[in-house]
Write a protein that binds this ligand. Sequence first.
Ligand SMILES: [Zn+2]
Length: 318
Amino acid sequence: MAPGVAGMADGSGTDRMTRGGRSPDALPPILCYHKVDTRLELGVTRLGPRAFRSQMEALARAGTRTLGGAELEALLTGPAAGEGGRRPEGPSLRPPPPCVVLTFDDGYASLASHAFPVLADLGLRALVFVVTDFVGRDNDWDVHYGWLRFRHLSWDELARWRERGIEVHSHGAAHARLTWLEDAAAADELGRSREAIAGRLGEAPAALAYPFGAVDARVARLARAAGYRLGFAGPGGRAGGAGAADPMALPRRPVYAWDASATPLVLREDPLGAVARAAARLANRLSVTTSLVHRLGWGGGERPAGRREAKPGSQEVR
Ligand SMILES: [Zn+2]
């Protein structure tokens, strides 16, 4: 298991690092998409199919390698360059190809029309995180800005795309904000979702994307206890101590509606990229309103039955 999380797993709340953790800066950028859809909505998580295709084509043109979950896990747990390994010599001193991890939250059905075929055409891999209670159903867990409904991929569709390079992982059972749940309810969300995917697709998911990117030390510990080995967070991630990347709270770069140029602004390492990442962090923080609207019963959607929510207030890192 990854050494960077040792301090968190013991429940002490301290973030000690042992050895071998990777600096978050040494990891490939992890992009986070939501809807790729022709329908306009008032929310910020939709990207048009044409913009999405141009971003994927730009990645492919640059020779970018897309990593799967297992490769990312190996990168996180393997020895870092200069720590016990010899640096390559001679011709292999060429810079390695750029790498990126492509992730899709929520598992919307429109991905099968507008995103996955593009990835398959270009030979790119991706991870999709599904809300298992809502697979094949409308997104009634969400606030319906503009009263539009968006259907989620069905189990059959997920099984088909899984054979074409799309990994299927967990986004919880009912898209609950885990940091607001008591231990038992959060463990139920995590375990039930993992069991559903294992039962339907024949393989338990190694990875989890926390709904709303909301994770703290307690939720990360519960996720590990449920069997997950990788946890994808929001733009802030959660440092695993002494600068090591924490495999259970990996920071991502959300590509929101305004980030439609061929190279997403959040990938740029210049001042414009810094502004785009700050805007993404702000938009992610505002997602708390979605959770509050649901808590107050104004969302018009379903609330998961039998959940007792803890008071908000635990530290969230996005
Ligand atoms: Zn989500």
